[in-house]
Design a protein around this ligand. Sequence first.
Ligand code: AP5
Ligand code: MG
Ligand code: ZN
Length: 210
Amino acid sequence: MKIVLLGPPGAGKGTQAEQISKSYSIPHISTGDIFRKNISERTELGIEAKGYMDKGLLVPDELTIEIVKNRLVEDDCKNGFLLDGFPRTVKQAEALDSFQGKKIDIALLIEVPRESILDRMTGRRVCPACGTTYHIKFNPPKIENKCDKCSTALIQRKDDVEETVKARLDVYYEQTEPLAKYYKSSGVLRTVDGTKDIDIVFKEIISVLG
Ligand code: AP5
Ligand code: MG
Ligand code: ZN
């Protein structure tokens, strides 16, 4: 199963991807996570990506496409993969289509209206050690500000401040939303309502994926 997850920042792509990846035993590949890992390890890629991410802008296509291309030829992608946050531009989608044997089965769009996004982003907390995502209201950890899985103190993502979230939303509607049309025309687009509770959205996704 080769799946692409689409949806605005805060739609719940990462949250749902974690569960989908477990259920279907396919690797969860998030370009955002790859960039953040590189930033924390202060690699050359991380230093370059940080400049764009902190402003809420997209990392250039050439760089991003190369990273995904190299990731998808790894062994664990043989039986499929779940891409989260890639593609994000028509150019990236065309590149993905051109990779040999990597034709997408389903592009799953998690729909959440713009008005609901800000609340989700400003309340998000993440574990810097294992990457688990929480929300102070909608998905709180068992102990305040501590990761359920590894007890590490939770942090806020640097790009989750209001001003940057707004910039990311503008970028989404301008550059990424057109991908829904792109995948609709090739007949692989499926849509789920991302405004419901996390568990309900997951059930809907499972019924769509079959
Ligand atoms: P990336 O990390 O991909 O961020 P994003 O697309 O903006 O999406 P988010 O991770 O913010 O949201 P999500 O949909 O995963 O939501 P989550 O599950 O966490 O990208 C970051 C940056 O990297 C980009 O801005 C760009 O600079 C760069 N980048 C990455 N990929 C790139 C590419 N391909 N090309 C160029 N640049 C790229 O949920 C959000 C919150 O809501 C959480 O707190 C969660 O607990 C809560 N929540 C989730 N579901 C629900 C629900 N159903 N109800 C209530 N709350 C919920
Ligand atoms: Mg995410
Ligand atoms: Zn953790």
